[in-house]
Write a protein that binds this ligand. Structure first.
Ligand SMILES: O=C(CO)[C@@H](O)[C@H](O)COP(=O)(O)O
Ligand SMILES: [Fe+2]
Length: 219
C-alpha cells in the first residue's frame, strides 16, 4: 500500500493561496493538512474560518484539520460544515473532555484523530485507541513549520504500531513535523500510514514531484 500524503498548507505562499490549492488539486496528495493555532495552546496564531471557508470552495481533496487550540470542541460543527474529513485534537488540550469530544466529532460526521505532542507518552492514547480513526504523532513541538525532526519519534511510532495491533485497533498512524527525504522512508518503515509534510513540499521547485516521491514509499 502507498503512503497517504497530507501536505501542510502552513508552508504555502499565503499571498497566492489559490495557486497552491490548484497545485494540490492536480497533485497526487491524498488530503490537505490545515493547522489551526490559537496563541494559547501553542505560542503562534495561524489562520481561521475566513481562510478555511475560502479554501473549501476550491479544494478537491479531503481536509485533515489539526487543531492546536485549547478548546477544539467549540469548532466541531463549523469544521463539519466545511466538509472536513477529520478533526485532529490534542490530548494535552482536551484532558478528561476527550471521550466526549471524540463522540461529538463522530456525531458531526467526521473522523476523529487524537494527537500527541513529543513529550506525551504514547501510552496516553491507549484508552482511546479503539475509538479513534487515527493517531497523529507530532515529530516536532507544535506551533511552527520548518523545524527539525525529533529522532525519538521513530521509536514512538514502533511502540504505537505495537499497541494498535495488540488492541486490534484500526487506527491509522499519521506523523507531523520535519517530514522529508531523510525521515519519510524511516517513518513508513516504522509503521506510519500517513505523512504530513509542509516545507519539504511547498518550498520545493517541483512540489508535485515531491508529493509523488512521498507517495512511492510503500507501507
Ligand atoms: O502542525 C504543524 C506544526 O505545528 C505542522 O503541520 C507543520 O506545518 C509541519 O511543517 P513542516 O515541519 O513539514 O515544515
Ligand atoms: Fe499539523
Amino acid at each position: 500500500m502507498m503512503a497517504i500524503v497530507s501536505p501542510s498548507l502552513l508552508a504555502a505562499d499565503f499571498l497566492h493561496l489559490e495557486k497552491d490549492i490548484e497545485m494540490i488539486n492536480k497533485s497526487g496528495a491524498d488530503w490537505l493538512h490545515l493547522d489551526i493555532m490559537d496563541g494559547m495552546f501553542v505560542p503562534n496564531i495561524s489562520f481561521g474560518f475566513s481562510v478555511l471557508d475560502a479554501i473549501a470552495k476550491v479544494l478537491d481533496k479531503p481536509m485533515d484539520v489539526h487543531y492546536m487550540t485549547m478548546r477544539p470542541e467549540d469548532y466541531i460543527e463549523r469544521t463539519a460544515k466545511l466538509g472536513a474529513k477529520s478533526m485532529n485534537v490534542h490530548i494535552e488540550a482536551c484532558g478528561e473532555r476527550l471521550p466526549d469530544i471524540i463522540r461529538r466529532i463522530h456525531t458531526a460526521g467526521m473522523k476523529a484523530a487524537v494527537t500527541i505532542s513529543p513529550d506525551t507518552p504514547v501510552e496516553a492514547v491507549r484508552p482511546y485507541i479503539n475509538d479513534v480513526e487515527m493517531v497523529l504523532v507530532m515529530s516536532v513541538y507544535p506551533g511552527f513549520g520548518g523545524q527539525k525532526f525529533i529522532e525519538a519519534t521513530i521509536g514512538r511510532i514502533h511502540a504505537l504500531r505495537n499497541m494498535i495491533s495488540e488492541c486490534g485497533s484500526k487506527a491509522l498512524i499519521e506523523v507531523d513535523g520535519g517530514v522529508g527525504a531523510s525521515t519519510a522512508p524511516r517513518l513508513v518503515k516504522a509503521g506510519c500510514d500517513a505523512l504530513v509534510s509542509g516545507s519539504y513540499i511547498f518550498k520545493a521547485d517541483n512540489p508535485i514531484e515531491v508529493i509523488d516521491s512521498l507517495k512511492q514509499l510503500t507501507l
